[in-house]
Design a protein around this ligand. Structure first.
Ligand code: CO8
Length: 258
């Protein structure tokens, strides 16, 4: 297993756990974090023993945003020529299901990478926000788009234009997170969700998330057409046969995990 500078990578059963680990900078996301995360994601996606991926941080911070100290001296040409931040698209395009387990601060890029995950679990201590405007910039890895799709224009404008932070309760009411759990139980809960997903057929879970994600990219009729085509195609899999036969035979299904 690869050693990393800024993250920890563990395998817990069929769940891969990536922990952001720059405690002195509240897990600020610098270029090294991005490099490490890409290697870790590539490893977990290639590992047939893994059926779901949890991304988490510390008790105090999931991530307090992009590393401001790294960005501060950069010019327009530096940012443009290096296509700064574009590598983060790797997380959004992960094929295996991803779960963000957020405690403490998820600000700026931290909120944005949590929103790239398929499921967002919040500890009761979680705080979300897009404070970039207070630094003279705007969200840079999808915040203006994903936040708006998640919570609607009213709340997104409020957060992006004022830079204010919301707590877990407000985030849940707004539809940004799917569940709130006590901070002490966050990782266990995320692992349970991961194990549950990993107990399903992996290819079916992969196309299920692809179908949901299509809804952000296309019209209703095209999205439904996509869903229908994929649904039909699943009848070519052993897992459809196994899942439905197990129901009829009143037993638990034994899915393929590859
Ligand atoms: N970048 C660099 N260092 C940081 C960051 C950051 N985003 N956040 C915290 N740190 C550092 C602090 O500088 C401090 O270091 P030091 O001890 O060396 O001074 C250490 O972490 C602890 O932080 P604080 O002392 O400030 O801790 P507090 O508990 O007083 O405050 C806060 C916690 C409120 C979270 C505060 O640290 C803060 O406001 N941080 C910045 C939040 C922010 O503005 N985030 C947005 C950044 S811009 C951004 O994310 C752009 C997104 C575009 C794409 C992102 C791709 C990754």
């Amino acid at each position: 297993m690869t050693d990393f500078e800024t993250i920890l990578l563990e395998r817990k059963g069929r769940v891969g756990v990536i922990t952001l680990n720059r405690p002195k900078a509240l897990n600020a996301l610098n270029s090294q974090v991005l490099k490490d995360l890409i290697v870790a994601l590539d490893e977990l996606e290639a590992d047939s023993g893994i059926g779901a991926i949890v991304l988490t941080g510390s008790e105090r911070a999931f991530a307090a945003g992009a590393d401001i100290k790294e960005m501060q001296p950069q010019s327009y040409m530096d940012m443009f020529m290096s296509d700064f931040f574009s590598g983060w698209d790797r997380l959004a395009s992960a094929r295996k299901p991803t779960i963000a387990a957020v405690a403490g601060y998820a600000l700026g890029g931290g909120c944005e990478i949590a929103m790239m995950c398929d499921i967002l679990l919040a500890a009761d201590t979680a705080k979300f926000g897009q404070p970039e405007i207070t630094l003279g910039v705007i969200p840079g890895i999808g915040g203006s788009q994903r936040l708006t799709r998640a919570v609607g224009k009213a709340k997104a404008m409020d957060l992006v234009l004022t830079g204010r932070t919301i707590d877990a309760e407000e985030a849940e009411r707004a539809g940004l997170v799917s569940r709130i759990v006590p901070a002490a139980e966050l990782l266990d809960e995320a692992l349970k969700v991961g194990e549950k997903i990993a107990s399903m057929s992996l290819p079916v879970a992969m196309v299920a998330k692809e179908a949901v994600n299509r809804s952000f990219e296309t019209t209703l009729s095209e999205g439904i057409r996509f869903e229908r085509r994929v649904f039909h195609s699943l009848f070519a899999t052993e897992d459809q046969t196994e899942g439905m036969t197990a129901f009829v035979e009143k037993r638990k299904p034994n899915f393929n995990h590859r």
